[in-house]
Every structure is written in C-alpha cells, then in structure tokens.
Design a protein around this ligand. Sequence first.
Ligand code: FMN
Length: 196
Amino acid sequence: MSQPLRHSDYPIQPQFLERWSPRAFADQPISEAELLTLFEAARWSPSASNLQPWRFIYGLKGEPEFAALLSLLVPFNEGWAKDAAALVFLTSVTTFDGERPVPTGSFDAGAAWMSLALQAHAQGLVAHAMYGIDFEKAPLVLGLPDTMKIEAAIAIGHRGDPQSLPEPLRAREIPSDRQPLDQMVFKGAFSGAFGA
Ligand SMILES: Cc1cc2nc3c(=O)[nH]c(=O)nc-3n(C[C@H](O)[C@H](O)[C@H](O)COP(=O)(O)O)c2cc1C
C-alpha cells in the first residue's frame, strides 16, 4: 500500500517517519507471543528511579476479553478499533505505598507506549493509541484500584485496506505531518508565541 513519504529536516532513523497510526486493520490475527514481544520492548523503557509504573491489560480478538475492552472505547474509536487484532489498555501506578506519589507515571508510561509502537512497526504491525475512552466505566471493568490511572488504549494489528473504512475515515487514512522544529525547540529560554 503506497503512502505519501514523510520528510525530516535532519537525518533520523527511518522508523520515526515510517511509524504512524492507521485505523484500517486486516482480518489477520496476531499471536499471544507477538503481542508479548511488544510488551517486552515496552518493559525496557526508561522510568524515573526505574520504578516501571506502566501496567498493560490486553485482549486478543475472538477471545472474551476483547469484547469487554472494546466496550470501554468511545463510539468513534469502537467503530474502527473493533477490527484490530488486539486491544491494550495502558495504565500507570500513581503510588506504590499509598503515600508517596509517582509523579512521572504518565511520562514513563508514554515512553513505554512509544517503545511498544516502534517494536510493533519493526514486526510489521501497527499500533494506534486512543484517549477516547469511557473513563467512568473503564476502571470498573479493568478492575483497577484507586492507585492506578488509565493512560491510553491501544489498537494493534496488521494494517488493512483503507477501503474497509467508512468515507470520513478513509480520507484521513494517511500519515500526518508535523510542525517545523523551530516551533518546538528553543535555545536557552522559551520564545514561542503564547505557548503555541
Ligand atoms: C495519547 C494519544 C491519544 C490518542 N487518542 C486517539 C483517539 O482517541 N482516537 C484516534 O482515532 N486517534 C487517537 N490518537 C492518534 C493521534 O491522533 C495520532 O497519533 C496523531 O494524529 C499523530 O499521527 P501518527 O500517529 O499517525 O503519526 C491518539 C494518540 C495518542 C498518542
């Protein structure tokens, strides 16, 4: 499947340009071992004090857990993520002892997400993060204690034919661009306009 090429202003590893977040998935399962390989990559992510506060909860398509996890997505995401081969909820531990907070839990979980996404890309899979989650229902269904926070859901599978998507999504099924580097990088002190 051809796709417009992304360009970087400086030479970087191809994986950073090649990884993106499609919504069309092929009707092709992934094995538990393939999925666990993604978690293995995430496991080696860096975290503050090596606390490793990320926790993953997953379901494989065709198994009962998948339907339960799918029901936790907002309808927009449910509409396309139903075709994924696996669904994952990425959570973080907010305190290990009930007293001291883990202030970098979300940051660390973000690093773990990116490790997972790049490993998926290396395995010929796609991973699409989602924040469109029913945040009231999800902790109950996932069995989360108060000390765990939902960071994102992730749809994983083999990339599918964009024609399988309804029209509004089909048109959006292309890799996105990025703001120029000089709008996000500042030497010495921030000098952007109004934080934008
Ligand atoms: C934390 C997070 C939450 C996201 N939430 C959603 C979502 O709820 N639904 C969706 O379709 N895409 C979602 N996305 C995908 C982003 O829109 C996408 O990553 C972004 O447009 C950049 O495109 P790319 O990943 O293809 O490079 C999310 C991505 C991240 C990292």
